[in-house]
Write a protein that binds this ligand. Sequence first.
Ligand code: PMP
Length: 307
Amino acid sequence: MPQYAYFKGEFIPLADAKLGVMTHALHYGTACFEGIRGNWNAAKKQMFIFRPSEHYQRLLNSCKVLKIELPYTVEKLVEITVELARRCEFKEDIYIRPLAYKSAEALGVRLHGLEADFLAFVIPWGPYLDVDKARCAIASWRRPDDNTIPPQAKLTGLYINNALAKTEAIEHGYDEAIMLTAQGYVSEGSGENIFIITNGKLVTPSVASSILVGITRDTVIKLAKEELGLETEEKHISRNELYTARECFLTGTAAHITPVAEIDGRKIADGEIGEVTARLQKLYFEIIKGNVVKHRDWCVPVYPEAG
Ligand code: PMP
């Protein structure tokens, strides 16, 4: 399959997209990124990119934090992405990785006075956590708070924190890490937001809990309300509430909606997939494949639509 990158303002073969060793972003983590999914619908022979505008709005917000000014609007970035995906011709689920980075070949810790650029590429990518239900562990690594490195911005340098937590969890035999805030409240997974069902309510850590405000999180909040009549409470969640929840699941572009069966060797309820989780999962998978007319505005088709 031909693979392309959008690199320095052009579509070129992925293998030719190369950066110099002095690139600032490589040394100091001065880049921000997105992860966007294209979901293949075999029956419709169509690829649907899920909520790309929201991803690019978040990218531009991250750029603001890093003092990167891209010469593109959200609309233009979506157009580039659709064109890139079309050129790659994949007929399976894909993952799109846009990156805005300090491209200056210059040393010195700073954000100001550095050239920046945008690139994107596409890879075929199936399930991320690749388990029906995840076994999780609370990480020994805390999520940085807003005045350390703002977790609401998707900054490459920040992801060292996530990588420390993820590898610790995997090396201890778990599928995913759950990080706490500096104050000890539940924050999020290494690449996912977290939800619990407790006392009949859907609850998720608020923006004040050092989270990346996920687009899947937003999708779940909207679906729970519209389709299940369930309001989501956004608040601080304690570790105890997590252990004793009726249901728990993770949400993310890569991980979709992944049920959590166990945390720190404690089963969540009976350790099986909860009822609300299962209903949300079913709805979500239909929607991202472009099968739900009501939510087709979230799905941008890649290939020309028949008729
Ligand atoms: N938190 C973190 C730390 C993430 O990396 C991600 C993945 N982007 C998420 C949450 C989920 O965000 P989204 O649903 O927008 O993919």
